[in-house]
Design a protein around this ligand. Structure first.
Ligand SMILES: Cc1cc2nc3c(=O)[nH]c(=O)nc-3n(C[C@H](O)[C@H](O)[C@H](O)COP(=O)(O)OP(=O)(O)OC[C@H]3O[C@@H](n4cnc5c(N)ncnc54)[C@H](O)[C@@H]3O)c2cc1C
Length: 188
């Protein structure tokens, strides 16, 4: 929601212009502040770096930056913004799918299911985490096999892609992308 408003705002989607997103029920004793477009607030009411793109982050930290100015390139050794965190996390999750057994034991299935449940609670971008938890309530993790989990994860990733207006990935090719490399040999 807007930093100076009490109206809730849909989570996950980039906040409206001139608005910041705050967690539901967050309280702060400080007077409301205006934040540039896209800045998401954390549970403490302060800007949340891992929920915000670097361009929006830089716009609120560097007062000389105009909203219309081209975003500066992000240095490699800064704390991750929402995109860098997302890319690294998807790499980890799809790689877990790629190395998950084709025929897991009941213990392995239980471990994967509890890992995903905890992951969805601990993900540092809270708006992303809340949407992902909601997704997992509707679509239970499928841990019965490598292919079942890899496809479930690909569909979950596509749900986020759709929300962000990104192209959907062909889930028939998740293993090529994350385990075997493309059939044309370009990863060999
Ligand atoms: C659980 C989770 C929730 C997120 N929620 C939000 C959110 O609410 N708001 C937000 O702004 N950002 C969110 N993100 C981050 C977002 O998904 C992207 O990671 C980020 O925008 C960077 O996108 P990207 O275009 O570099 O590619 P990414 O989406 O990070 O994908 C990385 C690579 O994975 C491959 N890929 C793409 N789609 C699929 C798929 N369906 N299956 C398999 N492989 C695929 C492609 O090769 C792509 O280059 C979330 C990330 C995670 C892990």
């Amino acid at each position: 929601m807007a930093a100076d408003s009490t109206e809730p705002q849909p989570t996950g989607a980039p906040p409206a212009e001139g608005a910041a997103t705050t967690p539901a029920g967050a309280t702060t004793t400080e007077p409301p502040k205006k934040f540039p477009k896209g800045v998401v607030l954390g549970k403490d009411g302060k800007p949340c770096r891992s929920c915000t793109s670097f361009a929006s982050w830089a716009a609120q930290t560097k007062s000389s930056l105009k909203a219309s100015a081209a975003p500066p390139p992000q240095p490699k050794d800064c704390p991750p913004d929402v995109e860098a965190l997302g890319r690294s996390t998807w790499t980890l999750l799809h790689s877990i799918a790629a190395t998950y057994p084709p025929a897991p034991t009941p213990r392995e299935q239980a471990d994967l299911t509890s890992f995903m449940r905890l992951f969805s609670k601990l993900y540092p971008c809270w708006v992303c985490a809340e949407d992902f938890q909601r997704y997992m309530e509707k679509r239970e993790v499928r841990a019965q096999s490598r292919d079942a989990f890899g496809t479930w994860l690909c569909e979950a990733h596509n749900e986020v892609n759709r929300k962000l207006g990104k192209p959907e990935f062909d889930c028939g090719r998740w293993e090529e992308r994350w385990r075997t490399g493309w059939k044309d040999g370009s990863c060999d």
